[in-house]
Unconditional design. Structure first.
Length: 226
């Protein structure tokens, strides 16, 4: 953290007090992190997020009254600039996907190494997704048909597809396959810097926050796999 930069504000949302204590100990050891609140339920997480507006929320999916997926959906609707990381027990499960679809920027196993947790928080705080498009696509393939379209929380403007150039449309469809920047560069014979430029323009035009939400939008529009 530079002398003039504020620490990343973080909220912990989990109904297990001991788990929150463990996360707090790990996070507060980092100079650029500040744990500003703890929530023991989904409803409390929604309320605290509205009043404190933390930059990053670690959100358990299984909590009393309001589960983590619904809490994520409500928070992202009210505060789209918040970044949420879903905490889950299994890496490829319906809860992890439900959290991403509700607007989370990533997910982590509850038993993740401290370094993974710290890196994920810094990644989402910078505006990137902490889960790769390839993993997102695997989740879509496994669980995409199980969740009603009406429950989707993905931001985005489907009508903006017409604003994409021919090359941007090609890159968008390839991105929906789960390709990395390196793989996109190889497929289209472009430099990685050019690919990053295309991806940035695509995200801006479609009104999606990150690559993960772009993959989900493509799936919901029936474009994934074309």
């Amino acid at each position: 953290m530079t002398p003039h930069s504020a620490p990343i504000s973080i909220m912990l949302a989990d109904d297990q007090a001991l788990l929150r204590v463990g996360f707090r100990m790990v996070l507060e050891a980092e100079e650029d992190f500040s744990v500003v609140a703890e929530a023991g339920s989904g409803a409390q997480a929604i309320s605290l997020a509205a009043s404190l507006r933390p930059q990053v929320i670690l959100m358990d999916v299984r909590m009393p009254d309001v589960d983590g997926i619904e809490a994520t959906r409500q928070i992202m609707t009210a505060q789209p600039n918040t970044r949420i990381i879903i905490l889950t027990t299994f890496d490829l499960d319906e809860y992890a996907f439900g959290g991403l679809r509700a607007g989370a920027s990533g997910f982590l196993l509850k038993n993740a190494e401290p370094g993974e947790l710290i890196a994920a928080i810094r990644t989402v705080a910078s505006g990137e997704a902490s889960v790769s498009p390839r993993v997102t696509r695997r989740l879509l393939d496994l669980f995409g048909t199980k969740l009603p379209q009406a429950e989707a929380g993905t931001a985005g403007d489907p009508t903006a597809l017409g604003a994409l150039t021919e090359r941007e449309t090609e890159v968008f469809l390839a991105l929906a396959e789960g390709l990395s920047n390196t793989e996109l560069a190889e497929r289209f014979f472009l430099s990685e810097s050019t690919v990053k430029t295309h991806v940035g323009r695509i995200l801006h035009k479609l009104g999606v926050r990150d690559r993960v939400q772009a993959v989900i939008l493509a799936y919901e529009l029936g474009l994934a796999g074309q």
